[in-house]
Design a protein. Structure first.
Length: 515
C-alpha cells in the first residue's frame, strides 16, 4: 500500500471511528431506565394486545375510562402499539428500549448522511455534535421516535433524488410504504408530504424541471395514502388539532419561555443558542447565494424553530433537522472562500467537534445507563394486585398509562395521559377543581364512590401537590403504600378495614415542604 493510499485509509478509519463514538454517546444518553409510572408506553403495549385480540373499540373510543368511555377518540398511533406489544412479548421492556434506541440512532444516521451530501463531512460532524443534547432530551419510548426515523429517511431520500443519486421508482415505492405506516403510527405523518413539498419548491427555485416531474407524483401519492387508516378522512385531518386547546396544560406543550421561567433547565437556553446559530446560518447563506435559492430550506428551518419555541416537546425535531440544514447553510458561506481558508475552516470544525464530543462524553458521568424498567417501578401495582384491592380508583393524569397496563380490564381509569381522549370541560370543571376544592372532591367522590386513590407522587401541578397533602391529613383516607414513584390511599370503610389495619402508614412518615 503506497503512502497516499495509507494516509487516505487512515483518515477514513479515524473519521468513521469519530462518528461511531458520537453515535455511541447518543446511545448511552438514550439508554435510561423506563419510569413506567409517568410515561405512555404501558398503554401502547396494552393497545397492541387488545387490537390483536380484535378489540376494535380501542381505535375509536376512550376505551379505558369509566368517566367518559364513549367519548370519540381517533387512535392515530395504534400501529405503534401493535409493534410495541410484539417487542414486549419477545423481550419485555428491555427489547423495547433497545429497539427505540436503534430507531433514534437510525434516524440521526439518515439526517447525518443528508448533511454530508448537502455540505461536507466536517460540517456534518460539527452540527451532529451541536444537536446531540436536543436529540437526547426526549428519551422516553414514544411513537414520535418513528416520526424522527421517517423524517430522516425522507430527507435523505429526497436529497439523493434531487442530486440524481437514486432511482425515482425506488423512492416512490419506499415513500408510499413508509407513509402508509406513518399515518397509522404518529400524528406527525403530515411531515412526509411537507418535506416532499419543500424539496419540490427547492427544485423549482433551481429551475429543475426533472425535480417537478419526479416530485409531483410522489407528493400526490403521499397525500393519497394518508386516508389508509381506521378513521379514514377524519384520521387524515387529525394533525389540524395538534395545538388544539384540550382543557389541560401539559408541560411538554408549553412554550420555551414559560418553561424557562418555572424550570431552569440548561436545555432551554441551549435550544435558544442553536436558534441563533440557525438564524445566523440562514442569513449568511442568503447573502452568499441569494434568498431565492435558500428560501425553501429557510422556510423549513423557521417552521422547525417556531415549533420548538411554541412547544418544548418539539425541540428534539429541530435538533434533527439542524444537522443537514446547518451544514447546507454554512456550506454555502464556505464555498465562496479560497481553498486555503476552506481547509482551515474544516480543520477548525473538526477540532471543535472533538471538544464538543468530549464534553458530551464527560456529561455521561451522572447518567447511569440502563435498559428496561427502572428498579422497583412495578412495586405499587404488585401491591395493589396481591392485596386484591378494588376500585373505583381516583388517579392523576400522569399515572394513567401505568394503571391501564397493570390493572385493565379489572379496573378502568378515572383519567389517563391522553388529553384528547376526554372532553375539555372534564379537565376544567372536574379534574382540576376536585383537587383544589374539597367540596368539589366530595361531590365527585359521591358520584363515583372512590375506594382508592392511586397517585404518581411527582405530579408537579400545584393542585396535585395540594390534593396529596389534604389526603394525608384527611381522617377518611388511609395511606397504605408509598415508594419513590407512587402513593396509594384507601377509603376507611368495612371493605378496606383488613388492609388498612395491616398496611396503614403513620402520618409521621410524611413531611410537607412548600416552595
Amino acid at each position: 500500500m503506497g503512502a497516499p493510499n495509507f494516509l487516505q485509509w487512515r483518515n477514513r478509519c479515524l473519521a468513521a471511528g469519530g462518528v461511531a463514538a458520537l453515535f455511541a454517546i447518543l446511545a448511552l444518553r438514550l439508554m435510561q431506565p423506563v419510569n413506567l409510572t409517568a410515561v405512555d408506553i404501558g398503554r401502547h403495549v396494552k393497545n397492541g394486545e387488545l387490537i390483536l385480540q380484535g378489540r376494535q373499540d380501542v381505535l375509536y373510543k376512550n376505551f379505558y375510562s369509566f368517566t367518559h368511555p364513549d367519548y370519540p377518540f381517533i387512535n392515530h398511533h395504534w400501529l405503534f402499539g401493535v409493534v410495541s406489544y410484539g417487542l414486549w412479548k419477545a423481550g419485555g421492556f428491555t427489547a423495547l428500549s433497545i429497539a427505540y434506541v436503534a430507531v433514534l440512532l437510525t434516524a440521526l444516521w439518515f439526517f447525518w448522511r443528508a448533511a454530508v451530501l448537502r455540505g461536507h463531512f466536517a460540517l456534518a460532524v460539527f452540527f451532529l455534535c451541536l444537536s446531540l443534547p436536543l436529540i437526547s432530551d426526549r428519551r422516553e419510548i414514544r411513537p414520535e421516535g418513528v416520526s424522527m426515523l421517517l423524517m430522516g429517511l425522507y430527507f435523505y431520500l429526497l436529497t439523493k433524488l434531487s442530486l440524481g443519486q437514486i432511482r425515482r421508482s425506488l423512492v416512490f415505492m419506499i415513500v408510499v410504504t413508509a407513509q402508509t405506516i406513518w399515518v397509522n403510527t404518529h400524528i406527525f405523518f403530515f411531515m412526509g408530504p411537507l418535506l416532499i413539498a419543500v424539496f419540490l419548491w427547492e427544485g423549482a427555485s433551481r429551475g429543475c424541471r426533472v425535480c417537478a416531474r419526479h416530485l409531483f407524483p410522489l407528493l400526490g401519492a403521499a397525500l393519497a395514502v394518508n386516508v389508509i387508516n381506521p378513521s379514514g378522512l377524519a384520521g387524515t385531518l387529525t394533525p389540524l388539532n395538534i395545538f388544539k386547546e384540550f382543557g389541560y396544560r401539559l408541560a411538554e406543550n408549553q412554550n420555551i419561555f414559560f418553561m424557562m421561567a418555572r424550570f431552569p433547565e440548561k436545555i432551554h437556553p441551549y435550544f435558544l443558542g442553536l436558534v441563533i446559530v440557525a438564524v445566523t446560518g440562514m442569513a449568511l447563506a442568503a447573502r452568499a447565494r441569494g434568498w431565492k435559492a435558500n428560501l425553501p430550506f429557510i422556510a423549513l428551518t423557521v417552521f422547525a424553530m417556531a415549533a420548538g419555541l411554541k412547544a418544548v416537546r418539539l425541540m428534539a425535531p429541530f435538533g434533527f433537522f439542524l444537522v443537514p440544514l446547518g451544514a447546507f447553510f454554512y456550506g454555502q458561506l464556505e464555498g465562496r472562500w479560497p481553498h486555503k481558508n476552506q481547509k482551515l475552516f474544516r480543520t477548525a470544525l473538526l477540532a471543535a467537534s472533538i471538544v464538543l464530543g468530549g464534553v458530551q462524553a464527560w456529561s455521561l458521568r451522572g447518567l447511569p445507563p440502563g435498559l428496561g424498567l427502572a428498579p422497583g417501578v412495578n412495586a405499587s401495582a404488585e401491591f395493589f394486585k396481591q392485596a386484591a384491592l378494588q376500585g373505583p380508583v381516583f388517579s392523576n393524569y400522569d399515572i394513567g398509562g401505568y394503571l391501564i397496563y397493570h390493572l385493565f380490564p379489572g379496573e378502568k381509569v378515572f383519567v389517563d395521559n391522553r388529553q384528547e381522549a376526554f372532553p375539555p370541560e372534564f379537565f376544567k370543571d372536574v379534574y382540576v377543581p376536585m383537587q383544589e376544592d374539597d367540596k368539589v372532591w366530595e361531590k365527585v367522590d359521591a358520584r363515583h364512590g372512590f375506594n382508592a386513590v392511586y397517585f404518581y407522587r411527582h405530579d408537579l401541578t400545584p393542585w396535585g401537590q395540594d390534593f396529596l397533602i389534604k389526603r394525608v391529613q384527611d381522617p377518611r383516607w388511609a395511606p397504605v403504600f408509598v415508594d419513590g414513584y407512587t402513593i396509594i390511599f384507601l377509603k376507611r370503610n368495612a371493605r378496606n378495614q383488613p388492609w388498612i389495619e395491616r398496611f396503614e402508614l403513620p402520618k409521621s412518615m410524611f413531611a410537607i415542604h412548600r416552595t
